[in-house]
Design a protein around this ligand. Structure first.
Ligand code: SG7
Ligand code: ZN
Length: 260
C-alpha cells in the first residue's frame, strides 16, 4: 500500500499536554536579564570515551545515540554538579521548519533544534532507572542548534540515520565522540532544577544549557525530518518532527548563569 505522510503539529497548537502538577517542570524560557550570575559555578568538565558509544535507536519520539554506562568511562562533572554523572545517551528535539524546534528558549527566541546529553548520578545510584526517580539523579546538557555551516562531526551520525528511519529500529553505531557536538565555549551556561520533558516527567534533572549554540546545515536537519514516528508496519507514516514539549511555568525557580 502507498504510505501516507503527515507532518506533526506544532505542540503549541495542541493545547496542554500532561499536567503532572509539579513545581520544577521543563522546558522553560530562559530570561537572560532575570538569570542570576553565580560566581561559585565551576567550569564543566566532560570526560568522554568514544569507545563507550554503542548504538542508535529510533524510540518513536527521537533517535537516541546510546552509550555503555556500566562503568565510569564517559562522565560529566564540575559545573553545578557535586557528583560524577555517567553519559547514557544523547538525542535531539526539532521542528518541521527552521522557525522552531527547541524545547528551551532564550528570551522567547526559538531555535530549530536542541541537543540533550543525558547523564545519571553514578556516585549515588547504581542504574539509570534508579536515578530517574531521584531529585539529584540526572544531569542533562542542552545545546541549541542553528542553521549555518555543515557540522563535520554531526555528519557521521546523519549518514547513519536512514538505517533507523522507522520506530523501533536499532543499528550498531560505535566510536562517536559526543564532545564533538559541544560548542567551543562550554564555560558559559545557565543551570536550573527541572524535569524530564517526556514521561515519566520526573523532577530529577539538573539542566545545564549552553549559551553558545552549534551550527548545522539545513540539509543535515532535513535528514532528521526524514525519520518517522511510526513503525514499518503502520499504514499511515508520520514524519518525526515537532518532538518537543510545551514550555512550563518557572514557579519561583532561579536560573543561575556561570557568566556575566
Ligand atoms: C527522549 O527524551 C528520549 C528518552 C528521554 C526523553 O524521548 O531520549 O529516553 C528514552 C530512554 O526513551 O527520556 C528518561 C529519558 O531519558 C526525555 O529526556 S529529556 O528530558 O532529556 N528530553
Ligand atoms: Zn530531550
Amino acid at each position: 500500500s502507498i504510505a501516507h505522510f503527515s507532518t506533526g503539529m506544532h505542540p503549541m497548537w495542541q493545547g496542554p499536554l500532561v499536567a503532572p502538577g509539579g513545581n520544577r517542570q521543563s522546558p522553560i524560557d530562559i530570561r537572560v536579564r532575570k538569570s542570576v550570575f553565580d560566581p561559585h559555578l565551576k567550569p564543566l568538565t566532560p570526560d568522554y570515551d568514544p569507545g563507550t558509544c554503542s548504538q542508535i535507536w529510533n524510540n518513536g519520539y527521537s533517535f537516541l545515540v546510546e552509550y555503555d554506562d556500566t562503568t565510569d568511562k564517559s562522565i560529566l562533572k564540575g559545573g553545578p554538579l557535586e557528583d560524577n554523572f555517567r553519559l547514557c545517551q544523547f538525542h535531539f528535539h526539532w521542528g518541521e521548519s527552521n522557525a522552531w524546534g527547541s524545547e528551551h528558549t532564550v528570551d522567547r527566541r526559538l531555535f530549530p533544534a536542541e541537543l540533550h546529553m543525558v547523564h545519571w548520578n553514578s556516585n549515588k545510584y547504581r542504574r539509570f532507572e534508579e536515578a530517574v526517580m531521584e531529585e539529584n539523579g540526572l544531569a542533562v546538557i542542552g545545546v541549541f542548534l542553528k542553521i549555518g555551516k555543515r557540522h563535520e562531526g554531526l555528519q557521521k551520525l546523519v549518514d547513519a540515520l536512514p538505517a533507523v528511519r522507522h520506530k523501533d529500529s536499532v543499528v550498531e553505531f560505535t566510536r562517536f565522540d559526543p564532545a564533538c557536538l559541544l560548542p567551543a565555549n562550554i564555560d558559559d551556561y545557565w543551570t536550573y532544577a527541572g524535569s524530564l520533558t517526556t514521561p515519566p516527567l520526573t523532577e530529577a534533572v539538573t539542566w545545564i544549557i549552553m549559551k553558545q549554540h552549534i551550527e548545522v546545515s539545513h540539509d543535515q536537519l532535513a535528514v532528521f525530518r526524514s525519520l518517522l514516528f511510526t513503525s514499518a508496519e503502520e499504514e499511515v507514516q508520520k514524519s518525526m518532527v515537532n518532538n518537543f514539549r510545551v514550555q512550563q511555568p518557572l514557579r519561583g525557580r532561579t536560573v543561575r548563569s556561570s557568566f556575566t
